[in-house]
Design a protein around this ligand. Structure first.
Ligand code: NAP
Ligand code: MG
Length: 495
């Protein structure tokens, strides 16, 4: 698409390019080589089957096929559910301390193989290597360690009541944090004595399959975790299978609503982690330089492919010019490009479909009358799907770019005058996943955070995660929590 620089923009793209070059680093490509099989079968009952009915998984940074993976048919889903069912009695009867040993082993193996896993995550999904290496992989290992620690202490998580595992869990995950979402779901399920069938997203199946290898290496009994690849049809077949006892889903609100109906009809429990349109609120007493850095991590790192991304920026009127001016400068120095380069800040958009969706929103935003700015003038790679960090000013709350989830590096900037107006605007959304509050006053932090209808509120920071901290949404962002002691609750029956 043609990129229009806003007329009010004081810096031309030529200047921005010179600026970016002045800050340029020599290329620092990740050099380790990762072996990828030409084809993968499904992981059912502790072993990989023969590849069948394959589809290509693509590197979004160069549009090349990385491998071909199998589409699980209804029959395969049935086999996976049977394998999980068969493994359940023995696994659930194991003392917690024994289940913990498997989880500790998996966590350590994830650490040992973390470089390989990070590279694969970046190649299959497009996120910068520094994100997958420094954020995703440490959190993946941390979640397995954390829930390994809980496996023999469940009676303290659920005191004064009896509890038992739910049974066979269907877990369906999206493409933005493939390994992390797998860990968030598998680790607490296994700690509580459940067995699992995991369905990774169509565009990012490779690291889940690598995780299957790790389960086998860790000696996890066959059938305790089964990994079946495929498209949305496979996910639907799994969720609708009558042999499952629970659905755990992370993905879009549309599919989440459909699955809620399936679970309600069968009377089985479901947890949903869905979309978001989170507000990042900057008060006029905030440390502006740090806040600008917070905006960048809230929406531009990981290409905005973050469900809890701070995609609506609410700035108090008195500092809006300063914030925008500093944001413009900061965006000029972001490096957009090869995700395998260790200097890259913003990698590739996960798929052509998502790339088209983002570009459609750029058009919608302009048509609605908002002003688009893309100060960054990095030379983008010739192939692959890349989007420059973008922000819109002149945004009204009624604009679609302020209401709908774009899931890309696109920020809608709005202003407010009073704290009450900030809270009202932040809550003016069907979603409620996260929010950010930037101020130098502690009292204002607590006052504001208490009124925000969001599952997570970050103060003077954004997008920080920890295995011991619960994560989840309000309203159309879903229900149920993952992480922390609260993350155990969906995986037990009480009483
Ligand atoms: P999606 O289309 O809902 O897909 C999520 C998963 O569900 C994928 O594995 C998908 O398979 C599968 N699926 C698709 N249709 C299905 C159906 N009818 N029945 C059962 N499963 C089905 O979402 P996405 O585009 O992959 O992910 C982006 C969305 O996820 C965003 O809305 C984002 O906000 C949300 N998200 C939320 C969180 C959170 O924690 N709240 C975290 C990450 C992402 P295929 O990939 O094969 O289609
Ligand atoms: Mg891919």
């Amino acid at each position: 698409m043609t990129i229009h620089t806003a007329p009010s923009h004081p810096v031309t793209n030529t200047h921005a390019l010179e600026f970016a070059k002045a800050w340029d680093y020599a290329p620092a490509p990740e050099t380790a080589k990762v072996t990828i099989e030409p084809r993968y079968g499904l992981f059912i009952g502790g072993e990989f089957g023969r590849p069948t009915n394959v589809f290509a998984t693509i590197n979004p940074a160069n549009e090349e096929t990385l491998s071909e993976v199998s589409t699980a048919s209804a029959k395969d889903v049935d086999r996976a559910v049977s394998a999980a069912r068969a493994a359940f009695p023995k696994w659930s009867a194991l003392p917690g301390v024994e289940r913990a040993k498997y989880l500790f082993r998996i966590a350590r193996r994830v650490q040992e193989r973390s470089r390989e896993l990070a590279i694969l995550e970046t190649m299959d999904g497009g996120k910068p290597i520094k994100e997958s290496r420094d954020v995703d992989l440490p959190l993946v290992a941390q979640h397995f360690f954390y829930y390994a620690g809980w496996a023999d202490k469940l009676k303290w998580a659920f005191p004064s009541t009896s509890f038992s595992p739910v049974g066979v869990c269907a877990q369906i995950i999206p493409w933005n944090f493939p390994l992390m979402m797998a860990a968030w779901k598998i680790a607490p399920a296994l700690a509580c004595g459940n067995t699992v069938i995991l369905k990774p997203a169509e565009t990012t199946p490779l690291t889940a399959l690598r995780l299957a290898e790790i389960f086998a290496e860790a000696g996890l009994p066959p059938g305790v975790v089964n990994i079946i690849t495929g498209d949305g049809g496979t996910g639907a077949a799994l969720a609708n299978h009558t042999g499952i006892d629970k659905i755990a889903f992370t993905g879009s609100t549309d599919v989440g609503k459909r699955l809620a109906k399936v679970a309600a009809a069968r009377g089985i429990p479901i947890t949903l982690e869905l979309g978001g349109k989170s507000a990042n609120i900057i008060f006029d007493d905030a440390p502006i330089d740090q806040a600008v850095e917070g905006i960048v991590s809230a929406i531009y790192f990981n290409q905005g492919h973050v469900c809890c991304a701070g995609s609506r920026l609410l700035v108090q009127e008195g500092v809006v010019e300063e914030v925008i001016a500093k944001l413009r400068i900061r965006l000029q120095s972001l490096r957009v490009g090869d995700p395998l380069d260790k200097n890259t800040d913003v990698g590739a958009i996960n798929s052509k479909l998502q790339f088209d969706k983002i570009n459609e929103y750029l058009r919608i935003g302009r048509d609605e009358g908002a002003t688009l700015e893309q100060p960054n003038a990095c030379e983008l790679p010739k192939r692959g799907w890349f989007c420059r960090p973008t922000f819109f000013t002149g945004v009204q709350q009624s604009h679609r770019i302020a209401r709908e989830e774009i899931f890309g590096p696109v920020l809608a900037v709005m202003t407010f005058r009073t704290p009450e107006e900030a809270v009202m605007k932040a809550n003016n959304t069907p979603y409620g996943l996260s929010a950010g509050v930037w101020t130098s006053k502690g009292s204002k932090v607590f006052e504001t955070a208490g009124k925000l209808k969001a599952g997570v509120v970050w103060c003077n920071t954004f997008n920080q995660f920890d295995a011991s901290s619960p994560f989840g949404g309000f309203k159309e962002s879903g229900f149920g929590r993952e992480g922390g002691m609260q993350g155990l609750r969906p995986y037990v029956k009480l009483g």
